[in-house]
Design a protein around this ligand. Structure first.
Ligand code: FES
Ligand code: FES
Length: 171
């Protein structure tokens, strides 16, 4: 059971939760103990968001919640009621990739690619709050996202490349 801010008790069985996912209103039916990660993957089939440690240690599950990068495995879906959730699936359309995705491709910012959706979403959150990050700020801003392949130098180069693209400085 979850006690909402207005005192309302919800659960412990499945309850409807309205989210705005990648700009569209969606309703999931989950128990109050369900994480945002599991709601995205199992209820909405948005499997780009990865479940790796499931304990707030790796960043593979990073999504944007009201524009801020968060670990979706450490966030209950019920606390996201009515809020904006952005996943990697929301970045591109059928025609074109997001500049951050193009930057990761150009810089070869991955090896196995399993951490990449989380890295890309962390980069989006970072560049939204700091469009001109220094190399040091990029390392700090991306420090919540582990890469078991150790592709860090190319990931950092990808974020620099993405910043140039988003600032119209990429040729
Ligand atoms: S899966 Fe969420 S931090 Fe690792
Ligand atoms: S590219 Fe393999 S874990 Fe990062």
């Amino acid at each position: 059971m979850a006690r909402m801010k207005n005192g309302e008790a919800r659960g412990p069985g499945k309850v409807p939760i309205s989210l705005v996912v990648n700009g569209a209103e969606r309703t999931v039916h989950v128990e109050p103990r369900t994480t945002l990660l599991d709601a995205l993957r199992h209820e909405l089939n948005l499997t780009g968001t990865k479940r790796v440690c499931n304990s707030g240690a790796c960043g593979a599950c990073t999504v944007l919640l009201d524009g801020e990068a968060i670990y979706s495995c450490m966030t209950l879906a019920i606390t996201c009621e009515g809020r904006s959730v952005e996943t990697v699936e929301g970045l591109s359309d059928a025609e074109s990739l997001h500049p951050i995705q193009e930057a990761f491709i150009e810089e070869d910012g991955y090896q196995c690619g399993f951490c990449t959706p989380g890295q890309v979403m962390a980069a989006k959150g970072l560049l939204a709050r700091n469009p001109h990050p220094s190399p040091e700020q990029i390392r700090h801003g991306m420090s919540g996202n582990l890469c078991r392949c150790g592709a860090y130098q190319k990931i950092f180069a990808s974020v620099e490349n993405a910043a140039r693209r988003m600032n119209g400085e990429h040729s």
